[in-house]
Design a protein around this ligand. Structure first.
Ligand code: 4AD
Ligand code: MG
Length: 431
């Protein structure tokens, strides 16, 4: 008899198979027991008919506790009434591990309770569906950048540099030096781009942000492509093509997970249509003012402004060329204006806000040297970065996609904590 996974049930209709499962729920009458089962790949129903199994098996089925693990055997049938489409008519049950009273019952629980039990909650259908989509986004990311000719260059996690400002650094000791946990791999990717043309990194990044919002994690994963001989406009084309590719792959490969989450596929389909609109920061300010927002030129946008802008276009939208005063030191200055830099944020619709931050990079040694000083950083510690402008400097651009922000948007979840297996939040480092 073949040992299979639930996800492959469609290939074994009317066949007798063996599956390792956990019990998620059950109900029974005098003659029949319905077992809700999962095996990590999918969820489906096992039917135990009293008249068809031994007396011991039927009694056992009725007494199983939630999360008991077992090996079952039985015959796969089509089941048009269930979402999954198949069920198993159980013949034998061998208990592998009994379960104590499981804390996550089928009733409603509060978010804090569920997050305290995240190590168990991951077994439930919704977190499971989000992680299946996360996995697909990661898989599609590698596929996309491979096909586009990028080389993956990993950036260090322990670093001496602070590309995104010094206020939210995680400080640590590195023998007798100071070190930080990486905020962004960008500066290293710039070195990589000068050696490999098109590169990307994908790794954890850390921000000791005191913000308790539905968009902020303390530890999040970032995908950071960097491209030599590339100006901002071409970089925006790569960005929108990449985002549309991610959404299309989730649509193509994760239909069941989207259904479990109640995410409307027609809405997602709209986001695969390119191009995404581009508006300047100046235009965004005007548009916001016309719509009764109290914003002055020079402010950074908060969640209400970002939500309005993306919903206005009903699509992800690039906001281009922000004020220099609110952006990091490495961005390329505008050729004719000294108050803005060549950069773009991609804002997702439906209230999800900035999912990508990117820019063209400053290429002039003296300009960059002064900007590093102005940012209050020690130019000696950035001499390696400045070197990149000494030996054959070229126009180059790059961007960072916040993985969890993108997943929260694609899945339609309401908090970025849902998009990572074990979230690190202001008040949570456990489990
Ligand atoms: O806009 P950010 O700060 O840009 C950078 O770090 C650049 N160095 C990237 C680059 O050009 N290579 O961050 C990039 C993205 C944001 O758009 C957002 O999606 C995500 O990272 N992000 C966060 N996600 C979750 N929690 C946080 N605290 C985040 N901070 C930024
Ligand atoms: Mg940003």
């Amino acid at each position: 008899m073949k040992q299979i996974n639930i996800i492959d049930a469609k290939n074994h209709v009317d066949e007798k198979v063996k599956i390792g499962v956990w019990l998620t729920n059950k109900r029974s009458s005098g003659k029949i027991a319905f077992l809700q089962l999962r095996d990590g790949t999918e969820f489906f129903q096992g039917v135990v008919v009293k008249a068809a199994v031994s007396e011991e098996t039927f009694l056992l089925a009725k007494e199983l506790k939630q999360e008991t693990s077992m090996q079952i055997t039985g015959v796969i049938h089509e089941d048009s009434r269930s979402k999954f489409g198949y069920e198993i008519e159980v013949e034998t049950i061998e208990v592998i591990g009994e379960s104590a009273d499981y804390p996550i019952t089928p009733k409603e629980h509060g978010v804090d309770f569920l997050m305290d039990h995240r190590h168990l909650w991951l077994r439930s259908s919704k977190p499971h569906a989000v992680m299946i989509i996360r996995n697909e986004v990661i898989r599609a990311t590698y596929e996309f950048f491979n096909a586009e000719g990028f080389t993956k260059i990993d950036a260090p996690i322990l670093t001496g540099s602070a590309p995104e400002g010094t206020t939210d650094l995680f400080h640590t000791e590195y023998f007798d030096h100071d070190a930080y946990l990486s905020q962004s791999g960008q500066l290293y990717e710039e070195a990589g781009a000068m050696a490999f043309d098109k590169v990307f990194s994908f790794g954890p990044t850390f921000r000791a942000e005191k913000s308790k919002t539905r968009r902020h994690l303390i530890e999040f994963w970032m995908i950071e492509p960097e491209m030599a001989f590339m100006h901002q406009e071409q970089s925006l084309e790569v960005q929108e093509k990449y985002i549309a590719f991610l959404v299309q792959n989730v649509l193509d490969h994760c239909e069941g997970a989207l259904q479990t989450l109640g995410r409307d596929m027609e809405t997602l389909k709209k986001y695969t249509q390119l191009p995404y609109p581009r508006i300047s920061y100046d235009e965004a300010i005007d548009l916001l003012k016309e719509n009764d927002f109290d914003v002055d030129w020079g402010v950074d946008f908060g969640s209400p402004e970002e939500t309005f802008l993306a919903d206005h276009f009903n699509k992800p939208v690039f906001v281009i060329n922000y004020p220099k005063s609110i952006k990091p030191f490495y961005m390329k200055p505008h050729p004719t204006r000294d108050d803005v830099v060549i950069c773009a944020d991609l804002l997702a619709p439906e209230g999800y806000g900035e999912i990508i931050g990117g820019s063209e990079r400053a290429t002039d040694y003296d300009y960059l040297y002064k900007e590093i000083e102005k940012a209050g950083l020690d130019t000696k510690e950035y001499s390696w970065y400045l070197d990149l402008r000494k030996y054959g400097s070229v126009p180059h651009s790059g961007f960072g996609l916040g993985l969890e922000r993108a997943i929260t948007w694609i899945t339609g979840e309401d908090h970025v904590r849902e998009a990572i297996p074990f979230p690190r939040l202001l008040n949570r480092i456990y489990p």
